[in-house]
Design a binder for this molecule. Sequence first.
Ligand code: C5P
Length: 238
Amino acid sequence: MNEPRIIVALDFNNAKQALNLAAQLDPQLCRLKIGKELFTATGPSLVEQLIRDGFDIFLDLKFHDIPNTVAGACKAAANMGVWMMNVHALGGKKMLLAAREAVPPGAAKLIAVTLLTSMGPDDLDDIGLHEEPEQVVRRLAILTENCGLDGVVCSALETAGLRQHVNSNFKLVTPGIRLENDNHGDQKRVTTPSAAVKNGADYLVIGRPVTQSPDPLCILRQLNHTVQNESVVSPRDS
Ligand code: C5P
């Protein structure tokens, strides 16, 4: 059995709904992502419960603070036993290095958010970043890799371009995934699972297509089938 590459986003505001969904899934087929809303509502006990149930947890709290504080937060997350956690690359080199030192390679996967996909060129101008989003994402991904982190979160539309600038073992984690006939919801820049894999995504973060489905396990099986049968298209092939 290959390691699961689908990470289901548990975007709920209470433990009951999250546990109910998790009970319909299979730790052999997916990992689970717990973000700010669910973690703030439920605290570490839910994380620990889901780990006991056999799931790998991606704790998506996007730490962004002074290096000492981020290092402490990362250490606390690692102590909970999570599989993956993240920080904001915009926190800068010293913060990224402090996070890596707090969570040594192999302890838990430590990745960084480059730019939030909700930020467009106008938003970047507002904060003094006068570049295209793709350039900012590339610069921050290279900084993240140079600081020894394990990967970045990025849009699947950016993965093909990024793959040429980072090593093959640097993980690209991509949200914004929709099946052909899915409702896009509030996501604007979406990709199908097979396109994401072809573009070089390592892990696919998928929320509503699974969580809102009447049969989450069936959708998850379909997604795994697609992901396992797709291969990366190298820039020379495309
Ligand atoms: O329901 P959906 O598949 O859109 O959920 C995507 C998940 O990925 C959500 O938890 C969302 O917060 C997260 N995410 C995202 N875009 C980013 C980073 C995280 O959609 N750039």
